[in-house]
Design a protein around this ligand. Sequence first.
Ligand code: MN
Length: 206
Amino acid sequence: MSFSLPRLSYSYNYLEPYIDVYTMEIHYTKHFAIYTENLNKSIENTNLKKFSIEEILKSVIDIPYIRNNAGGYYNHSLFWKILTSPKRSLLSESFIFYIEDSFNTVESFKTEFTDSAMTHFGSGWTWLSICPKTGKLFISSTPNQDNPIMPLVNNVLGIPILCLDVWEHAYYLKYKNKRFQYIKSFWKIVHWAEVFNSFKYHIILY
Ligand code: MN
């Protein structure tokens, strides 16, 4: 079995003006497609082919080539899912309850997430994850294509439900070096219903 390129559930211009059509198309057809292709190549003829993407992420931290491509595949697959048009970016009272349970207020959650994304040096990702020990939500940032599923030194393990790509390829065409403007735009297009579904799914499993 190999990993197929998950289809986008929207067109490249759907997130305009917050994410421009040109960035979206290059990000999906070039960056994401290449991670997927390289992931498949890197696990060809290995027993990893029988593994789920999560199982691969947990087991290949010492093989950088597979780790980077598996991370690139997983991280972007989640990122496309948690974005939507601003009209559909609605945070429900029920999810607010859980966000407040972990961060006191929605504003303090957004501030902490934004600060983590702003202060992350170089390429990487910022995450909202469920702590597997407590069931609470927490924020972290990881370098390159690493993510909270990977059992790495200094990585706080979690089940990711929301993520933000802070690689320059994700925003440079439109925002240049203004990462803060990109993050501000991100908050307009979060698919909260999808994030909450993922939260409920994992909390039930948990
Ligand atoms: Mn990316």
